[in-house]
Ligand binder design. Structure first.
Ligand code: ATP
Ligand code: MG
Ligand code: MG
Length: 353
């Protein structure tokens, strides 16, 4: 079989490598951190920075196709690589998703609603933007944020008195988003094949704890029309980006059942881990199928389920979890359980369809 290149060696890369192996592919991982979760599974690791030209040339030469497991792959590196070997998802998806302003502008441009937003580069612009939102909003770094890092919430603030806020956020480009009063958060995992076929999984209801995904629950408990709209929006995004591979799309669902897209992740997504336990074809296999030019598999869900992340010391629950029937456990092979670190996850099957 041929070799699939993966940029990034975390748990998502590891799960992609496992799915690739099961379909008979070899994998090669580019990751600066030695003995990373993905390298324990992949056939080979190139231990170098993600934008190291020699390493990228080596990856291109060794791979039939290259993919990535995180959205902050340098766009220039992905674009240079794409001149030598197919890179999926397309580097444009990285470009759009890496900046919250370009992401929302793209979504609004294809008719998908988001929270209202303003670009903020100075304390005065922050004051004006907050005033426009009636004193409430979420200030976020435009780039590099994850797990709720690089965010600050403002509630019912009078405009003014913001001296030093932008500096406190690191003097980087910022965005102020209006504060969305949502009933729940959902996400759709969807895939688009090389032939343009799309397969979308049912939306999951996502609950966060300390800014990190805690649980994803299926079914999501939203109206059928809302679930359909979410899948349709994901499909529209995939087509507009001429996308190949799996994408994760996060939404807010206000009480009226409408949808506001929050962000897109051009990769397999934590809120899609449930698919390995409740679908015949997981998001990981679906991604490998898509980028390898194979037909997509079914995205049907055969069971209701709840996926829960194991963060830091949560791994102490493993012995008890192993004793449960109808529970699929997945550990990432990380030696040290630091606070906030994703160590694994499990999915409880609650009802078989
Ligand atoms: P991720 O780890 O999902 O990539 P992130 O750091 O990119 O997270 P967001 O998804 O933008 O951050 O925000 C984190 C969480 O903060 C959201 O899941 C939601 O609960 C809350 N949140 C973000 N933006 C808004 C908003 N405009 N209105 C209300 N709540 C919000
Ligand atoms: Mg994000
Ligand atoms: Mg998010």
């Amino acid at each position: 079989g041929s070799t699939i290149g993966i940029i990034g060696g975390g748990q998502l890369g590891r799960m992609l490598a496992m799915a690739a192996a099961r379909l008979g592919y070899r994998t090669i991982v580019l990751e600066p951190q030695p003995d990373c979760p993905a390298a324990q599974v992949a056939n080979r690791q190139i231990t170098a920075a993600y934008d190291d030209p020699a390493a990228l040339a080596e990856l291109a030469a060794a791979s039939a196709v290259v993919t990535y497991e995180f959205e902050n792959v340098p766009v220039a590196a992905a674009t240079a690589l794409a001149a030598k070997v197919p890179v999926y998802p397309p580097p444009r998806a990285l470009d759009v998703a890496q900046d919250r302003v370009s992401e929302k502008t793209f979504l609004n441009g294809i008719g998908i609603a988001t929270a209202a937003f303003h670009q903020v580069d100075t304390d005065d612009e922050l004051a004006a933007a907050l005033k426009a939102f009636g004193g409430s909003g979420i200030l976020k770094t435009r780039r590099m944020g994850y797990d709720g890092k690089g965010q600050r919430v403002f509630r019912n603030m009078e405009a003014g008195g913001f001296a030093g806020t932008c500096e406190g956020m690191g003097n980087v480009p910022l965005i102020l988003e209006s504060f969305v009063q949502f009933e729940r958060e959902i996400s759709v995992i969807a895939a688009r094949g090389l032939d343009g076929t799309v397969a979308a999984y049912d939306p999951a209801w996502n609950v966060h704890r300390d800014g990190i995904l805690h649980t994803s629950t299926l079914p999501a408990g939203v109206a059928p029309a809302t679930a359909r709209d979410a899948k349709d929006a994901a499909t529209k995004i995939l087509s507009a980006l001429d996308y190949v591979g799996v994408i994760g799309v996060e939404f807010f669902v206000p009480a009226d059942g409408s949808l506001l897209a929050n962000e897109i992740a051009p990769r397999v997504h934590n809120s899609g881990h449930w698919t390995e336990a409740a679908c015949i074809v997981s998001q990981f296999e679906q991604h490998i199928r898509a980028i390898a030019g194979l037909p997509l598999g079914s995205s049907n869900r055969h069971s209701d389920c709840v996926m829960e992340n194991l963060i830091g010391d949560d791994v102490l629950r493993v012995p008890a979890l192993l004793a449960e029937p109808d529970l699929m456990l997945h550990l990432y092979g990380k030696a040290e359980a630091r606070p906030g670190r994703k160590m694994g996850h499990f999915t409880r099957i609650s009802r078989r369809g």
